[in-house]
Design a protein around this ligand. Structure first.
Ligand code: NAD
Ligand code: TDX
Length: 336
């Protein structure tokens, strides 16, 4: 089978390609990635020796490039996106271009080439925000109510993907997952930013009061969820994917990291200016994928965070330049 992965040089795409190549060694995997600030081709360098993997540098907003790479593809997994909420507040345009127009080009080419499955990676952020302390969770039935330009662009792409099923019968599936963490995550995001700050002797920046709740999913559990949907999921369906059952807020996550890294709470937390339009709480009901496809997360949070801290400790040459770039971005936006 020929599998086209878009955005495979980014965080989740890289982890997914490692997972897929290990568990489906006969497949040919093509990684199509523009290599934005968030993409690093070297993540998958060791696979480049294999005849079952190939890297193509290209942009999903370039229709000709997308048409070329889609030839004879059986399966598409679309990770390519601008993914950082803070950057979408500063520069929304590229989010619209990649997340909406890029997805549109891929759908058109997938339809033309009669692919067997188009799987789109989306986010729980399309559902907006839940109130703190409520028992409500996001599910496949929750109304879309995105708050940021990032989540609005992801919401638009989800609607477009489902319209290609309804209108043209393209066999699509979508996963709306929660916050991922694990190896190879760009150090602009909360968990790797905390770890790399502490490794550099700097404090953890906490936005606002820190009582913001996210559902945390280990990236390897996410890869297994995508695999389950690709193999057993029903075309036209959406599956929500989450990692936790209980709420945990950003301050609590920060304290877990501090404990793993042997530091006390008081000296290493710094409250900074809040994010505009900051969603208060995300929580995901992952019953559908669990009951229909037999998936559930395997990592517990402490175990996953310990493994992630260890990875960043051992891979400073991977993150140091990326961190400088990320911190320059935060300096420019006053979020130091
Ligand atoms: P990332 O920012 O780490 O990687 C994105 C990748 O896409 C990079 O390799 C980048 O070079 C590539 N890319 C960007 N624009 C492109 C374009 N126009 N053409 C081709 N390639 C392009 O992102 P990530 O965290 O790995 O997220 C992957 C997907 O998962 C995204 O669709 C994101 O919305 C979704 N998602 C992420 C999370 C999370 O917690 N990270 C949670 C839910 C959903
Ligand atoms: O320095 C920080 N301090 C802080 O308190 C950063 C970078 C973040 N935060 C807070 C904001 C959020 O409440 O931590 C939480 C997580 O922030 P991010 O890592 O930026 O993730 P989030 O905005 O929740 O979005 C992520 O999960 C859903 C991904 O970036 C998205 O791509 C995905 O769709």
């Amino acid at each position: 089978m020929k599998v086209l992965i878009t955005g495979g040089a980014g965080f989740i795409g890289t982890n997914f390609i490692f997972y897929w190549c290990k568990h489906h060694p006969r497949d040919l995997v093509v990684n199509f990635d523009k290599l934005t600030y968030a993409g690093d081709r070297n993540n998958l360098k060791k696979l480049e020796k294999s005849s079952r993997y190939c890297f193509v540098c290209g942009d999903t907003t370039n229709k000709q490039a997308v048409d070329r790479v889609m030839k004879k593809v059986d399966l598409v997994v679309n990770f390519a996106a601008e993914s950082h909420v803070d950057r979408s507040i500063n520069n929304p345009q590229v989010f619209l271009e990649t997340n909406v127009l890029g997805t549109f080009n891929l759908l058109e080419a997938a339809l033309e080439n009669k692919v067997n499955r188009f799987h789109h990676i989306s986010t729980d952020e399309v559902y907006g925000s839940l109130s703190l302390g409520s028992k409500n969770k996001f599910s496949e039935k929750t109304k879309y109510e995105p708050s940021s330009p990032y989540s609005a662009s992801k919401a638009a792409s989800d609607h477009l993907v489902l319209s290609y099923w309804q209108t043209f019968g393209l066999p699509v599936t979508i996963t709306n997952c929660s916050n991922n963490y694990g190896p190879y995550q760009y150090p602009e995001k909360f968990i790797p930013r905390m770890i790399t700050n502490l490794l550099e002797g700097k404090k953890i920046p906490i936005y606002g009061d820190g009582k913001y709740v996210r559902d945390w999913l280990h990236v390897e559990d996410h890869a297994r969820a995508i695999e389950a949907v690709l193999i057993k999921g029903r075309p036209g369906e959406t599956y929500c994917v989450g990692g936790l059952k209980k709420d945990i807020n950003n301050l609590e996550i920060a304290k877990m990291i501090l404990k793993i890294m042997g530091k006390n709470d008081k000296d290493w937390l710094e409250f900074v200016v809040d994010r505009a339009g900051h969603d208060r709480r995300y929580a995901v009901d992952w019953n559908k994928i669990s009951q229909e496809l037999g998936w559930k997360p395997r990592y517990n949070l402490t175990m996953g965070l310990e493994q992630t801290v260890e990875w960043y400790r051992n891979n400073s040459s991977w993150w140091q330049n990326k961190k400088q770039e990320a911190e320059r971005f935060y300096q420019q936006t006053n979020k130091k």
